[in-house]
Design a protein around this ligand. Structure first.
Ligand SMILES: [Zn+2]
Length: 292
């Protein structure tokens, strides 16, 4: 049940409960898993929680609940799950889903829920079809989209969803990668624009590919988000305390938000830009030239 995730995902559970208790359920959610290891079962619990009225009225236990056991058998006509076929989610899958959502519901008053796993794998046609569906939401139909990184999901879809980010405490990077990312952040925060000259030295003049930069940006995004949370006095990640201190010594809330935005834009640019080095210089300039 959803409560069993409260120690690992306190923000998420708290927000979800508030939504359901206040009956403020949206039509579309995007869950960013950050490769949290129990993401699949948590997403399923979340979707059941939205779907089954006994979950919310029955202190989260759904023992002997016929509707929920039908979900587990993949035989509940009000609950759908879409996975990529091969490496993409195709338009036909979305059209089939729409058709199913048009048919009559099992119960009069319950929501209908669909989950799209790996929502970043929607191909263009499928994304357009889904977008139309999201723009004209049916009553009581709730979309739950799942991705490891929200910035991989196309903007138009992302902007229609309420986003929840999960915490991944065991960041899936090695200690040496983590140390290198801390050094990069330290260099940016302390050397400011001069990081253009210093960063290559820190990186031993090694060449980094787009994918490697993307990984670094994802981790930077994560660490800066933790810094923001730390500002609100809610951090529980001891391993990043010291880099958080460097960040907080050098930033205000305003500049943190601004830097996160620059990291996000950089991730987008990385997809299209061919010259990684030129792009990196402009990134450093923007990143380090923020007036607090
Ligand atoms: Zn139930």
């Amino acid at each position: 049940m959803i409560d069993s995730y409260i120690t690992e995902q306190p923000y998420f559970i708290e927000k979800v409960k508030r939504l359901v208790d206040n009956k403020k359920i949206s039509h579309a959610y995007l869950i960013e898993t950050r490769n949290y290891q129990n993401a699949d079962s948590l997403v399923l619990s979340f979707a059941k929680y939205l779907y089954c009225s006994s979950h919310s009225s029955n202190s989260n236990f759904c023992v002997n609940c016929n509707l929920c056991s039908l979900i587990d058998q993949d035989a509940n006509g009000d609950f759908f799950r879409i996975f990529p076929e091969g490496s993409v989610i195709k338009k036909k899958q979305i059209l089939d889903l729409k058709e199913k959502m048009m048919t009559k519901s099992l119960t009069e008053d319950s929501n209908r829920v669909y989950i799209i796993y790996s929502a970043d794998k929607l191909n263009k046609e499928a994304a357009n079809a889904l977008l139309k569906f999201l723009e004209e939401p049916e009553n009581q139909v709730i979309a739950v989209l799942v991705t490891d990184n929200r910035y991989k999901v196309i903007d138009t879809i992302r902007s229609r969803c309420q986003i929840f980010s999960l915490i991944n405490k065991n960041m899936e990077i090695s200690i040496s990668d983590f140390e290198r990312i801390c050094k990069i952040i330290q260099c940016l925060e302390e050397k400011k624009v001069n990081a253009i000259a210093y960063l290559p030295i820190i990186l031993n003049n090694e060449y980094y590919t787009k994918n490697q930069w993307m990984e670094i940006l994802i981790e930077m995004q994560y660490i800066y988000e933790q810094a923001l949370r730390k500002l609100e006095n809610v951090s529980f990640l001891e391993n990043i305390e010291s880099i958080l201190k460097t960040i907080l010594d050098n930033n205000t809330e305003y500049s943190l938000l601004h830097k996160l935005e620059i990291i996000h834009n950089q991730m987008k640019n990385l997809e299209y830009n061919l010259n990684v080095n030129l792009m990196l210089d402009s990134f450093i300039i923007k990143f380090c030239d923020i007036d607090d």
